[in-house]
Design a binder for this molecule. Structure first.
Ligand code: PMP
Length: 350
């Protein structure tokens, strides 16, 4: 190691799902939405004047925040927006998990949490899900420096009843509890109505999955006025202009097309239920997904072998070589045609 390297922050980086360069593949590995965003988004992009790019964007992303306020019936000062919910979550870790006690999250969960904790030098402990991949609420009834739980959880796809998560929030008035609802639109039960009851609850969401805008990077969070104001202070002290002017308008347009949003979310959920039945017939089992993916294992075939076979057939799913889940595949829900192609290949292989 050279002398200057001693002063370098060393992290083991998060590994995102593959974004293959090949054409003609079926991509079911990063939980993207298979449908394009609303036609209203298309309109905004076509009508956007490049002259706007001369200026810095609105650091408050006012148009987007106002559209969120309207859509979710929340005051503007209880809304935070960021460049994807990864940005919102990273800022939240930095802001709210600044104590000495360890933060808590499930052992099987979104694999960015331990990366941020390590990067920001936040002590953490994981709490093991039970054998059915369920969260045991009692595990979180103890001293801690903060809690983060995705609901539904990823990569399991399982949702935890809001009443149980509420107990966790209520029993932890001395720490901030973050509920990551990246997949919440496919679930139907949100913690959002509770943010006015608990000033230590932050609920994060994203446009990446249900709104088909993973490429635009839009995430947001709801919380008490106090939480949001602390979060904004840290964000402005880091980089004021994170979201570009076109993206702000894209997000607004997406929110203004509720009918399209509902239709596409429903389509994904219908295809998910169809896929569940087909996978069961083929000998797969899985937690009952409330997301846009299914976390499945086969009764006899090894997940890694199926993963490699599907890849050779240009179908990409996600495989995590990690304790407890190394015989599972996380399969994102594509179009009906894509899922039919997947089922046909699985049949051929098995
Ligand atoms: N939370 C969870 C649980 C996720 O799976 C993802 C997607 N990788 C994110 C947050 C971040 O999504 P995005 O930054 O695209 O909003």
């Amino acid at each position: 190691m050279t002398a200057w390297e001693e002063n370098v922050l060393k992290v083991v980086p998060y590994v995102p799902g593959e974004q293959p360069k090949e054409k003609d593949i079926i991509k079911l590995n990063t939980n993207e939405n298979p449908y394009p965003p609303s036609p209203k988004v298309d309109e905004v992009i076509r009508n956007f004047s490049v002259g706007n790019l001369r200026k810095y964007p609105d650091p408050e992303a006012t148009d987007l925040v106002e559209a969120l306020a309207q859509r979710y019936h929340m005051p503007k000062d209880q809304i935070f927006v960021g460049v994807g919910s990864d940005d919102v979550l990273a800022m939240s870790f930095l802001t709210f998990f600044h104590g000495k006690k360890p933060i808590l999250f499930p052992d099987i969960t979104y694999s960015f949490y331990d990366v941020w904790a390590n990067e920001f030098e936040i002590p953490f402990e994981t709490r093991a899900l039970n054998e059915n991949f369920e969260i045991k609420k009692e595990d979180y009834f103890c001293e801690n420096g903060g809690i983060v739980i995705p609901n539904p959880n990823a990569p399991t796809g399982l949702a935890c009843p809001v009443s149980e998560l509420e107990e966790i929030v209520a029993k932890n008035p001395s720490s901030v509890v973050i509920i990551d609802e990246a997949y919440g639109d496919f679930n139907g039960e949100s913690m959002l109505p509770l943010v006015d009851k608990y000033d230590n609850l932050l609920v994060t969401m994203t446009f990446s999955k249900s709104r088909s805008l993973a490429g635009s990077r839009i995430g947001f969070a709801f919380g008490s006025k106090k939480l949001i104001s602390y979060l904004l202070d840290v964000k402005y002290s880091f980089n004021s202009y994170t979201m570009d002017s076109l993206t702000i308008q894209i997000g607004k347009a997406s929110l203004e097309d509720e009918a399209y949003f509902r239709a596409k979310v429903n389509e994904v959920m219908e295809t998910r239920e169809w896929t569940k039945k087909e996978l069961e017939k083929l000998g797969f089992s899985f937690p009952d997904s409330k997301t846009n993916f299914i976390f499945a294992k086969h009764e006899s075939a090894k997940a890694e072998d199926i993963f490699e076979y599907l890849k050779s057939k240009k179908i990409y799913v996600r495989y995590f070589k990690r304790p407890r889940i190394d015989n599972y595949l996380r399969i994102s829900i594509g179009t009906k045609e894509e899922m039919e192609a997947l089922v046909a290949e699985l049949k051929a292989y098995l």
